[in-house]
Write a protein that binds this ligand. Structure first.
Ligand code: ATP
Length: 495
């Protein structure tokens, strides 16, 4: 009704002006343009973007520290820091200034969001979460408005729930709090970050609701220095990839609600999943249960877990059909990797397969006996030998190599380069800057050629068993590490 009334009034004014001989066509043109914008929806979208959109997502499921596997140090550090919220009187009595921000840094999927939720549960705080990207808009001032809104909402939510504290969790904080002056639309970015700093500076102990900001990032190096200065995020807690114990605990947590076959050895799975994050491990358990469902079994068995690990590591099995000759070549190639891996690193092969997954036509999954933080020369050269073994097997058994080894060569080259730069080559201790590309190239070559000779002699010596292993792979498609070792023991290659 208001629309028609407005339209009527505008038309009446225009008619009146026209009657009095005034040129109304420019005004008609402008009004026409505005109307076109309005009805195309662009106007509404523009206005909507300017409004302080709700960025708050309330935590749906409560999490506590016991639901988080591993991360012992992070949990301990966090619990200590949270005492600031739990015992405000003691903090005030000692004149300690409140802790305003805790930064969680670490790779994706390691449980940073879970830790923030658990912190809220531990301190009985209201919990709000938002992602750094939700604050970033092309319109100046919108991000800052959203930050103000977030803090106001946190306080309101705590009051509504009769709580005395609130935790605001900002994931991917580097998106909104990167170093200032570096973005193209830097005015908007800077205003958003400034507002966050203002809000954090304004936080004090004598408020009825104490607010703590927790933020997560895997690029702490990108953050603006002002954010990290004391009085803002003055605690930084590292949330790393879990070690073997941590992986075991996470696997136990995520298999709690799944029936497991007695043959399942989670310790073994934990050992074989070096480098996996908590999110990867959760996915392994879930995928294993899906495989059990597809198989029609009532519980998850070791084979399901093995296949699920491969799937999470490399992707879904592909329906790519290889020609017979190609399949044989893949079997010989992977067999070569597997045999050399067992010879230079006994017990390290977890599985060998020739079914294509992701980018790989086949692969050998190896798991170190222990999580390795440091590597010795012999461990590094053994790794190079395993990389070279696939192409060597192809050359010595099938008469020529193929393109399938380019990735292996890249890996071998990287390891050799690391050796040179760590002072483990014939050059001794060197500095990369003082090293000419030719010398670096020559030294890497020297290492690779020496290892290639060793691999050649290993494959020549074990050519018969390699052909046998390749045939078994062609028949079975996938062999476990135990099966490969069984074959080597039966043929008295290893004891
Ligand atoms: P991102 O950096 O990508 O936001 P994140 O570090 O915040 O990731 P979360 O979102 O906390 O990771 O974890 C994702 C999922 O992975 C969780 O829902 C949980 O299922 C699983 N997970 C990760 N870490 C652990 C852990 N330590 N214990 C148990 N489960 C975990």
């Amino acid at each position: 009704m208001f629309k028609s009334l407005g339209l009527g009034i505008i038309l009446a004014i225009l008619a009146f002006l026209l009657w009095n001989g005034i040129n109304v066509w420019p005004a008609v043109l402008i009004l026409g343009l505005v109307a076109a914008l309005y009805y195309s929806g662009a106007w509404q979208r523009m206005m909507q973007n300017r409004r302080p959109r709700q960025v708050v997502v309330k935590a749906s499921t409560p999490t506590n520290f016991d639901d988080i596997g591993g991360q012992t140090t992070a949990k301990k550090e966090l619990r200590e820091a949270l005492d600031f919220i739990r015992y405000p009187e003691r903090i005030a009595q000692l004149g300690i200034r409140p802790l305003k921000g805790i930064l969680l840094t670490g790779p994706p999927g390691t449980g940073k969001t879970m830790l923030a939720k658990a912190a809220a549960e531990f301190t009985d705080s209201a919990f709000l979460s938002a992602s750094g990207s939700e604050f970033v808009e092309m319109y100046a001032g919108v991000g800052a408005q959203r930050v103000r809104h977030l803090f106001a909402e946190a306080r309101q939510m705590a009051r509504r729930d009769n709580r005395t504290s609130a935790i605001i969790f900002i994931d991917e904080i580097e998106v909104m709090a990167g170093k200032r002056g570096q973005h193209q639309s830097h005015l908007e970015y800077d205003q958003t970050l400034n507002q966050l700093l203002v809000e954090m500076d304004g936080m004090s102990t004598d408020e009825d609701v104490r607010v703590l900001v927790m933020a997560a990032t895997n690029r702490a190096d990108l953050l603006d220095g002002a954010l990290m200065r004391p009085g803002r995020f003055d605690r930084s807690v590292g949330v790393d990839l879990p070690d073997r114990e941590g992986r075991l605990r996470i696997l136990q947590l995520h298999t709690r609600n799944k029936p497991m076959d007695p043959d399942v050895d989670l310790t073994r799975v934990a050992q074989e999943t070096f480098g996996f994050s908590g999110a990867h491990l959760e996915s392994v358990c879930n995928e294993a249960a899906i495989l059990a469902l597809r198989d029609g079994t009532t519980s998850v068995n070791a084979k399901h877990l093995m296949e699920a690990t491969d799937k999470v590591l490399l992707g879904e099995k592909l329906d790519r059909t290889l020609r017979d000759g190609e399949l044989n070549r893949v079997a010989v190639h992977e067999g070569g990797h597997a045999i050399v891996a067992e010879l230079v690193n006994p017990g390290s092969v977890s599985s060998v397969t020739i079914s294509p997954r992701g980018m790989a036509l086949g692969f050998v999954r190896q798991s170190p006996e222990d999580d390795r933080l440091l590597q010795t020369v012999s461990e590094l050269t053994a790794d190079i030998q395993v990389c070279l073994a696939g192409s060597t097997a192809e050359r010595l058994i099938l008469g020529e190599q193929s393109t399938g080894a380019s990735n292996d060569f890249e890996k071998a080259w990287d390891i050799a380069r690391r050796m040179v730069l760590s002072g483990l080559s014939s050059l001794g201790v060197i500095h990369e800057e003082a090293l000419s590309p030719e010398t670096l190239y020559r030294t890497i070559q020297e290492i690779i050629v020496a290892q290639q000779e060793r691999v050649d002699s290993l494959i020549v010596r074990h050519q018969a068993i390699l052909s046998h292993l390749a045939a078994s792979l062609l028949a079975a498609e996938t062999l476990t590490g135990q099966e490969v070792r069984g074959l080597l023991v039966d043929n008295q290659i290893i004891a």
